[in-house]
Write a protein that binds this ligand. Sequence first.
Ligand code: SAJ
Length: 432
Amino acid sequence: MRRIAVIGLGYVGLPTAVVFASRGFEVVGVDVDVNKVRAVNEGRCYIREPGLPELLKDAVSRGLLRATTNGVEAVKEADAVIIAVPTPVERGVADLSYLRNALKVVRQGIHRGLLIIIESTVPPGTTAGFAKPFLEKSGLRVEEDFCLAHVPERIAPGRAVEELLNVPRVVGGVGPRSTEKAVELYSRVNPNLLSTDATTAEFVKLAENTFRDLNIAYANLLALIAEKLGIDVYEAIRLANTHPRVDIHWPGAGVGGPCLTKDPYMLVKVGEGVYGVELIELARGINEYMPQHTVEIVGKALSDNGIDIGRAKIAILGVAYKGGVDDVRGSPAKVIIEELRKLGADVVVFDPYTDETFGAVKADSVEHAVEGADAMVIVTDHPEFRQLDLGKLGKLMKHKIIVDGRRVFEPHTVIEKGFRYYGIGFGRAIKI
Ligand code: SAJ
């Protein structure tokens, strides 16, 4: 295998295409978006990923990577095709229309010996029960004429290159030959491969992300109980995690991103009718409530201090769904900003990674954001926020109130600087 076509040049497909090209494969990226295609061909990286721009530029200049909107031609010339298109979930049901379109392109260019990989997250049974018969309509037979496997992506935005090369990958073919061929391909970029069948691989992907969502939901529930009891949940979780078999995640202003907000619903759907499957929905519900709860804490912080929310200026720090990335998909910041604005607050946002504001006013510096503000609300744990000079920022604010949605600051250090500290799961007496 020497030539690869990667269909879908987003957060998963672009790093995947670049990493394969950096290992000497001739890669053609395929996307319907002409801007992405142009950017790649000009050697420009349009997503913020450490190490990716350099690798991309190098691959393009060595002639190992190019992009096109003509997927059929790319598939015809390829030995392997990797599909990395979105599979959004709408009202609990996976929308497979992008995958269907990609498979249509593949079917038009299919030929003997082609290896087809689906990396997109899909409901268990999709590769064997939908993709296989769909592709066999070409007249070619899977395992005999072509191979088909599901290799779930495991890229966390912000660590794409490192994770592609080092995080173990699950490889599930629709038959032994497909698994073997897929292992052969991925072994050129990652030595840690684990073989299984396609449906198990699909299930594993949902199991991983749902585990994380459940764990965070439990942490968020503990935070709500701790607030009621007057306990600091972060201290409690830190202590609980000293138990050798306990690993509770961290509560916060919400759980965003493209995966944890949707993958659990795919598991609920395929598990319909199974006793207890509501557990997953309930956990999702807790996580979806946290942005609203953050707004409630902001409301309490303001009213405790005699400030009318309808006249308040609120500085939001962080719009991205998690620290260190420019990705705003499913970000809790959206709900928080929209709700605060509905309540009449004047909302200014600062995020050094993204220009998105979700309707609020954008500040180009943290100083600008907090100037004259009644409260500062931390929504994203960007590493830069931990270094902020609160002494200096406090002087610019109208009221020195912090609502920390990510425990970016240690409460006592903030209180020492004359602030009133409020936070998710911080039930301690907080006024000084
Ligand atoms: N979060 C918390 N508390 C925590 C950890 C995270 O509230 O203790 C929040 C974050 O702030 C963020 C959200 O959860 O809003 C999701 O962030 P994340 O870092 O947990 O996950 P993603 O969505 O960036 O990446 C996940 C990863 N899956 C797992 O860790 C099991 C990644 O490996 C997957 O490739 C990715 O989903 C995916 O594409 O499915």
